[in-house]
Design a protein. Structure first.
Ligand code: PLP
Length: 429
């Protein structure tokens, strides 16, 4: 497999854009070499500028649960674009999208549309502060909530991949407002809340973490967060930017039966177009401007093309069988595990529904410290070996693989056979 054209495009990009990319993890720093430049996608497949085809498990970082270029989403986008690209005025489709989302996620009584997941979490934090009159926030080590200042503290994902757990340029004063707790550790957060609850506006968490690789909440972890926050008037925020409409039609809160005060969404709800949203209890949401004193605005928020794309995606998802998607993912994981056991390769596989991470470590991974034990050099070898066999995995150990409803049995078979060949390759290294 040749990557000559991608290499040339990357050299051009490096002279025009910092690191040659619009978002850091795309630059392949964690696996070496240069990234693929993409020409098009369709269903489960991605095609690069050199004409190579890949079965894709990045799926735009989880956004494309319907696969690339889903026909009904593309049709909706074309139709919307023909009616104008932005009005700066309300449309009835925004209300429709918000209603669809509230019906699927009942804890959301009111919803505000924004343009990215980052905007959703950043705004939900401000709203929590405005609502409680407190300044401190609690997040968990290895959870990623976008790149706003106060949330870029031990943030997993790209920050973890690029070896910068805390970004330069974040004022000390802002970082100091963020308290970080280990994921899955109820005792540690309970003790902090006991001592400092009068200062704490909110607790923000990925209910299933996907940004240090997939890490599942321990039994009772989310329920304990609900109880602790409710007892002290602290706003509980579930960041479901990845898990929303991924783990169920709804989100992780439906699966685990825990209702947060606020929920952040993004990725899937735009059908692949830039969008974000945050919503929850009416009493809190009605504090937002113009109803209340907490300001947040957006020139392109509720953009008609993104909203119609999201509407088409959610309408289609409402009729699809998530259990079948989970079973297909299980089939893939079972096949991969079988190969590794046969070859005696140490690993830990974490799966939640249609997302999973294969960690290059034999010790279990339940938090950030555990994830960091993974052998990233081994992952890089595995990544390239898979890529050359036509399988596009995330270019970092600390990301999730995503299946879509378009991944076929045949895709799974082909992936398992590439995986087995990649293991033999890694073993001979
Ligand atoms: C991707 C992601 C974000 C940020 O969303 P952007 O659209 O990239 O700004 C926030 N939270 C979680 C859990 C995410 O996975």
């Amino acid at each position: 497999m040749r990557f000559d054209k991608s290499k040339k495009h990357f050299e051009d990009a490096l002279a025009a854009m910092p690191g040659g990319v619009s978002s850091p993890v795309r630059a392949y720093r964690a696996v070496g070499g240069h990234p693929l430049f993409i020409r098009r996608g369709r269903g489960s497949k991605l095609y690069d500028e050199d004409g190579n085809g890949f079965i894709d498990y990045v799926m735009s970082w989880g956004a494309l649960v319907l696969g690339h270029a889903d026909p009904s989403v593309v049709r909706a986008i074309r139709a919307a674009a023909g009616r104008g690209t932005s009005y700066g005025a309300p449309t009835s489709q925004e209300t429709k999208l918000c209603r669809l989302i509230s019906a699927a996620i009942p804890s959301i009584e009111r919803l505000r549309l924004v343009n990215s997941g980052t905007e959703a979490t950043m705004s939900a934090i401000r709203l929590s502060r405005g609502f409680t009159g407190r300044d401190k926030i609690i997040k968990f080590e290895g959870c990623y909530h976008g790149h706003s200042d106060g949330l870029l503290v031990r943030a997993g994902s790209g920050a973890m991949t690029c070896g910068v757990p805390d970004s330069a340029g974040v004022p000390r004063g802002i970082a100091d407002e963020t308290i970080v707790c280990p994921y899955n550790d109820v005792d540690s957060i309970a003790s902090i809340i006991r001592k400092r609850h009068r200062e704490i506006a909110c607790v923000i968490v990925e209910p299933v973490c996907a940004n240090m690789g997939v890490v599942l909440p321990r039994d009772g972890f989310l329920a304990a967060l609900r109880e602790l926050t409710a007892a002290h008037g602290i706003v509980l925020i579930f960041d479901e930017v990845i898990t929303g409409f991924r783990l169920t039609y709804g989100g992780a809160q439906k699966l685990y039966n825990v209702s947060p005060d606020l929920t952040c969404l993004g990725k899937i709800i735009g059908g692949g177009l830039p969008i974000g949203a945050y919503g929850g209890r009416a009493e809190i949401m009605e504090r937002l401007s113009p109803a209340g004193p907490v300001y947040q605005a957006g020139t392109l928020s509720g953009n008609p093309i993104a909203v119609n794309s999201g509407l088409a995606a959610l309408k289609e998802l409402a009729h699809l069988d998530y259990r079948a998607l989970d079973e297909r993912t299980q089939l893939l994981c079972d096949g991969m595990v079988e190969g590794m056991k046969r070859e005696g390769v140490g690993f830990t596989l974490n799966r939640a529904g249609s997302m999973f991470t294969l960690f290059s470590t034999s010790s279990e991974v339940t938090d950030y410290q555990g994830a960091k034990r993974a052998d990233t050099a081994a992952y890089a070898r595995y990544f390239w070996s898979m890529l050359k066999k036509g399988i596009n995995l995330p270019p970092s150990q600390f990301e999730a693989n995503f299946l879509s409803f378009k991944h076929s049995r045949n895709d799974i078979k082909q992936t398992i056979s590439s995986h087995n060949a990649a293991l033999r390759f890694a073993a001979t290294k």
